[in-house]
Design a protein around this ligand. Structure first.
Ligand code: G3H
Length: 255
């Protein structure tokens, strides 16, 4: 079986500061975790260039990711950031369809797919977030929800679109709640996603990296990362504390 390189991604959402960038990157440098796994930092857009400069200055292998892009190239869209602008500021990856974008900003799966394809067209790697609501979870609709979210990407981008991306499973009921999915449940869902990819593109199924996101902390990460189909994490709250984030990165190396 292919050994997949783990990914640990910090999604700072609307948090952080230049001071926190300095502190986190210094600790990453000291720990050396960026040499052994894909360490990703996704700060607010005002920090992209600052992070890009700091990564170069410290000679780190940290990957800068945009939290969001607009699906269009340019125009009169006050407050929006295109993929070109994010790329020019140093972003290599793009988070697409985070549950907060979908629920708080009414972003549909179709728009998420357009952003995904736009990112790929500029050589940026999309991190596709998928996940079900509490209600869908309770009604046993998790798999149908995930299937619909992934199929929208396939409809717009074809099978090739799925070949070079990261998928992050984030059950909405576990995001920011302090109540992560059980490792067993997360593994079952990850296996389902990999099986779905396998049915359409068998060679990609073994190489695609599928991350878990939702209340991951140093205390629960080991059992999560031990699961065979979990290839890392998309970390929110715990990524704002450098010591916790480094511990989560180290867990990805040993499990
Ligand atoms: O992007 C990160 C996820 O939304 C998880 O956030 P959380 O770790 O604060 O639950």
């Amino acid at each position: 079986m292919t050994r997949r390189k783990p990914v640990v991604a910090a999604n700072w959402k609307m948090n952080g500061s230049r001071h926190l960038v300095d502190s986190l990157l210094q600790q990453i440098k000291q720990s050396g975790v960026d040499q052994q796994l894909d360490v990703v930092l996704s700060p607010p857009a005002t920090l992209y260039s600052y992070v890009d400069d700091a990564i170069k200055q410290l000679e780190l292998n940290v990957i800068l990711a945009a939290q969001n892009i607009n699906e269009l190239d340019s125009g009169a869209y006050t407050g929006e950031i295109s993929a070109h602008l994010a790329k020019e500021s140093g972003c290599k990856w793009v988070i697409c369809g985070h549950s907060e974008r979908r629920s708080l900003f009414n972003e549909s799966s179709k728009v998420t797919a357009q952003k995904f394809i736009k990112a790929q067209s500029l050589g940026m790697k999309p991190v596709l977030c998928v996940g079900e609501t509490t209600e869908e979870h309770e009604q046993g609709k998790t798999y149908s929800r995930l299937t619909a979210q992934i199929e929208t990407i396939l409809h717009l981008g074809g099978i090739d679109a799925i070949k070079d991306c990261i998928i992050a499973y984030e059950p909405i009921w576990a995001v920011g709640t302090g109540k992560p999915a059980s490792p067993k449940l997360a593994q079952e869902v990850h296996r389902f996603i990999r099986g779905m990819i396998s049915a359409i593109c068998p060679e990609t199924a073994q190489s695609i990296r599928i991350l878990y996101g939702g209340s991951v902390t140093p205390d629960n990460v080991d059992s999560m990362f031990k699961q065979p189909d979990i290839d890392g994490g998309l970390i929110g709250g715990a990524s704002l504390v450098p010591e916790k984030f480094i511990k989560i990165c180290q867990a990805a190396l040993v499990n």
